[in-house]
Design a protein around this ligand. Structure first.
Ligand code: G3D
Length: 173
């Protein structure tokens, strides 16, 4: 009887867990995005002030429940020397959020190279990708078409997986 009831309880209330990696160069706004998401999806979450967030060195983790899904976010440091650690997390991952700083034209090609390396990794084959063109609150930022043009070499490497590019401002939500 206990087994039956606990099975029923699990069936009704247990959430499916998904691991989502948040990748992108340092300063792209990954941690700000994670904190903004936690603030929006957790009723009582009182995180750090978004304007006090500094660049990720290492790893930030956050969990957000959306309906019957529990999303576990892993925000990895984006500095060049930390990018070599990204692939250690690929095997566990169900989706990638790739954050681009739309105000940093100078580092756009660096971001494209990191994206290209990530997208061609065998361990991520078929894993859906959400590309966030962040910092769209800044008037002089690059638009989505500008960013798509800069990343156009990568299109064929994305393959048939789901991939969506979305403008956003992690800071303002
Ligand atoms: P990272 O985790 O990718 O390294 P952070 O990036 O989240 O630490 O953000 C880096 C800087 O970008 C922070 O500013 C942060 O406030 C800013 N930022 C993040 N998202 C946005 C956004 O949507 N719009 C604007 N205008 N700024 C954003 P500082 O000044 O602390 O370095």
């Amino acid at each position: 009887m206990y087994t039956l009831l606990s099975g029923l309880y699990k069936y009704m209330f247990q959430k499916d867990e998904y691991c989502i990696l948040i990748l992108g160069l340092d300063n792209a706004g990954k941690t700000t995005f994670l904190e903004q998401s936690k603030t929006r999806f957790h009723k009582n979450y009182k995180g750090m002030s978004l304007s006090k967030i500094t660049t990720t060195v290492g790893l930030n983790i956050g969990t957000v429940d959306v309906g019957k899904a529990r999303l576990m976010f892993w925000d990895l440091g984006g500095q060049e020397e930390l990018q070599s650690l990204w692939d250690k997390y690929y095997a566990e991952c169900h989706g990638v959020i790739y954050v681009i700083d739309s105000t940093d034209e100078e580092r756009l090609s660096e971001s494209k190279r990191a994206f290209e390396k990530m997208v061609t990794s065998e361990a991520l084959d078929g894993v859906p990708i959400l590309v966030l063109a962040n910092k769209q609150d800044v008037e002089t930022c690059l638009s989505i078409p500008d960013i798509k043009t800069a990343f156009s070499d990568c299109t064929s490497k994305i393959g048939r997986r789901d991939c969506l590019t979305q403008a956003c401002s992690a800071l303002t939500g």
